[in-house]
Design a protein around this ligand. Structure first.
Ligand SMILES: Nc1ncnc2c1ncn2[C@@H]1O[C@H](COP(=O)(O)OP(=O)(O)OP(=O)(O)O)[C@@H](O)[C@H]1O
Ligand SMILES: [Mg+2]
Length: 284
């Protein structure tokens, strides 16, 4: 099939003889926003960095844009964009400005965005002429994202891109990702923010101890869409909650009983966080 941007079967990676990635199968379609979720140490960065060609694997088959990243050439590298979880902080000791950093990265790509455009896309225009070493933590992370997108990648890897972002920067980043996705960019993103995954991802994979637990759209993961709902309201003698498969009927009965507005009425389904915590075996 030609619509897979990434295809992984049986991926294994050992560190000192112990598996960090233990038989992962994954398929990311072209144009898809796909998110890897999982606890610290689950194997997300290891997996992503193997796909980027940064780490060698010990087993399994990997195709990224049709090529094995372990044997990829410069032309392949020019088609992908990378935002690593941990960036070697060359910027910290450098005299270069934001614009110079982004401009020098752009030079590696055949059809880059104008550096100012990439800087604008991450909301750093006001810091364009500032030295990279003078940026705050969140600004520094935005620069990392600008460096990842300046080459107009077909496929963008983002490993915890929004760590350190303030809420406004996070929303702005979400808009940026949606814009890139609409323009056809395939995006593989890791995050610990489940609202971020829910907002951005077409599908998520939950990975725990080096294995995929489940893959699916955030709305239906873990049977969320069909799970029993909880109806909460404030009754005359205090707060009440009923878990039910027929919440509409419960609400109709309540509306009739209260003859109008039901105080503090809420209908809840399990959140992505609820099903995620259950999947990774946490006593939520
Ligand atoms: N270079 C390395 N040498 C030895 N062990 C490593 C190395 N890199 C990662 N590991 C181990 O492999 C496991 C997976 O690490 P990885 O960085 O892939 O996790 P992660 O899912 O990205 O976690 P986080 O959410 O904290 O970023 C961890 O137990 C980690 O300690
Ligand atoms: Mg990681």
């Amino acid at each position: 099939m030609t619509d897979a941007a990434i295809r992984v079967t049986g991926l294994r990676k050992l560190y000192q003889g112990r598996p960090a990635v233990d038989g992962v199968d994954l398929e990311v379609h072209r144009g898809e926003v796909f998110s890897l979720l999982g606890p610290n140490g689950a194997g997300k960065s290891t997996t992503v960095e193997i796909l980027e060609g940064f780490r060698r694997r010990d087993g399994g088959d990997v195709r990224v844009l049709g090529t094995d990243p372990a044997h990829a050439d410069a032309a392949w590298k020019a088609r992908i964009g990378i935002v690593l979880q941990r960036v070697d902080d060359l910027a910290q000791s450098s005299e270069l400005t934001v614009r110079e950093w982004v401009g020098s990265m752009a030079a590696y790509f055949p059809d880059p965005r104008p550096p100012d455009e990439a800087i604008e896309m991450v909301g750093l225009t006001g810091k364009r002429d500032a030295r990279a070493s003078s940026l705050s933590g969140g600004q520094r992370r935005r620069l990392d994202v600008a460096l990842g997108i300046v080459g107009r990648p077909e496929l963008l890897f983002l490993d915890e891109p929004t760590t350190g972002f303030d809420p406004e920067a996070r929303r702005q980043f979400w808009g940026l990702i949606q814009g890139l996705a609409e323009a056809g960019t395939t995006i593989l993103l890791t995050t610990h923010y489940l609202d971020e995954a829910e907002h951005l991802a077409d599908r998520v994979a939950v990975i725990s101890a080096g294995r995929i637990v489940e893959v699916g759209p955030p709305a239906t993961l873990g049977g969320r869409a069909h799970a029993a709902a909880t109806v909460r309201w404030l009754d005359r003698d205090g707060p009440r909650a009923v878990t039910t498969d027929v919440p509409t009927q419960v609400v109709r009965e309540l509306a009739a009983r209260f003859d109008g507005e039901v105080p503090e009425l809420v209908v809840e389904r399990p959140s992505l966080e609820d099903v995620y915590l259950r999947m990774i075996g946490s006593p939520a």
